[in-house]
Ligand binder design. Structure first.
Ligand SMILES: *[C@@H]1O[C@H](CO)[C@@H](O)[C@H](O)[C@H]1NC(C)=O
Ligand SMILES: *[C@@H]1O[C@H](CO)[C@@H](O)[C@H](O)[C@H]1NC(C)=O
Length: 366
């Protein structure tokens, strides 16, 4: 067999795992890269996410919807719109005027909140996080060794250089209950857009000649960027609890060893049967690479699933380790009970899908 190796920057690290059996290879690979961090128990349950649950009233309505319809769920998620102008670690003062109350209500039901924290930081001298990172020199630089600026959700943004250990230390400290205003210990974290996404750059990611800590070019460590963000976030949550509690951090970008820091999902999929089908080999492939705590967006992120696709997706995903319903901003609402009405009036002409009994929606019992 001929194998041709190509490398962006000339450096190739090769590890030969001698086996001889596949089981030995997995064992050796786990020794090399680490094993899956034990997830907190709640995170094995069902997660309900959407871009976006709009405000406090929306969160409360969705939360009580699960109770009214007797559907178990453990975690509700907030996407980028919960922040004040996509400034992570903040809250939109109109939509989320009292985030602590939201979290305390969830706590009463032993539920958790996950919020998003992305690596791009809005260029805004009045935003403390930006001002501090700039002053400390924690942003990735461009080839002129100025702070790299590109566009992402907040508009013009700079990107924290997670390959710098000091930047990671600083970032992880932002998750402390003192620093992260109006967060509580039932709040956990989701790192998205950490390939990193740069909307106005070639291939929608960071240019290869951007410069990181110790002068390394982005081309040398592109695939490690997200790994280091999740590492830092995960250690931030451990530190927040004084080392007592397991962290939960979901990441979109990952590398060999990311299993040591949390969960991975397969990114933006579509509400189509082909995407349900491919989620199975994708997750099995991730699992054999040691990333066991993985999942795909239930129902498909882009587009509107018909009732049968949604039901079948829930059925399949209830056997997958990370189990989260998620949907894009412009999709129809799809909290599971919105489809139940049709079960009880099966002769309605609009009813084309196979409707499941509620019991099929019951996920892993904890
Ligand atoms: C935190 O929440 C309180 C209400 O509980 C609100 O008055 C305050 O402005 C919030 N602070 C921040 C920084 O979001
Ligand atoms: C920063 O805050 C000051 C004082 O509130 C304000 O005048 C200025 O316009 C703000 N700058 C930006 C970039 O928002």
């Amino acid at each position: 067999m001929d194998i041709r190796w190509m490398s962006e920057s000339g450096i190739v690290d090769v590890f030969l795992l001698l086996g001889p059996m596949p089981q030995n290879v997995f064992n050796q690979y786990a020794q090399l890269t680490g094993t899956q961090i034990l997830p907190p128990l709640f995170s094995l349950g069902y997660h309900q996410c959407r871009w976006n649950y709009e405000d406090e009233a929306d969160v409360e309505a969705v939360d009580s919807g699960f109770d009214e319809h007797n559907i178990p769920y453990d975690v509700i998620w907030l996407d980028i719109e919960h922040t004040d102008g996509k400034r992570y670690f903040t809250w939109d003062p109109e939509k989320f005027p009292d985030p602590v109350k939201v979290q305390e209500k969830l706590r009463e039901k032993r539920r958790k909140l996950v919020v998003i924290s992305d690596p791009h930081i809005k260029v805004d001298p009045n935003y403390t996080l930006y001002a501090e990172a700039k002053e400390k020199g924690y942003f990735v630089k461009d080839r002129e060794i100025q702070n790299f600026e590109g566009t992402c959700w907040p508009g013009l943004s700079s990107y924290i250089d997670f390959t710098n250990p000091a930047a990671r230390e600083w970032y992880l400290s932002q998750f402390s209950l003192e620093k992260y205003k109006n967060s509580t210990d039932i709040l956990f974290v989701w790192n998205d857009m950490n390939e990193p996404s740069v909307f106005n750059a070639p291939e929608m990611t960071m240019p290869k000649d951007a410069v990181h800590h110790l002068g390394w070019e982005h081309r040398d460590l592109h695939n490690l960027y997200g790994f280091y963000q999740q590492m830092s976030t995960s250690e931030g949550l451990i530190q927040r609890s004084g080392g007592k509690e397991r962290p939960f951090v979901l990441t979109r970008s990952f590398f060999a060893g990311s299993q040591r820091y949390g969960a991975v999902w397969t990114g933006d999929n579509k509400a189509e049967w082909e995407y349900l089908k491919i989620s199975v080999p994708m997750l099995l492939s991730l699992s054999v690479t040691g990333i066991a705590f993985c999942g795909a967006d239930v129902g498909g992120f882009v587009g509107d699933p018909d009732p049968e696709l949604l039901v079948r997706w829930y059925q399949a995903a209830s056997f997958q380790p990370f189990f989260r319903g998620h949907a894009m901003q412009d999709t129809k609402r799809r909290e599971p009970w919105l489809f139940w009405r049709r079960k009880y009036s099966p002769n309605q002409e609009s009813d084309t899908g196979t409707i499941c009994p509620p019991s099929i929606l019951v996920p892993v019992v904890l």
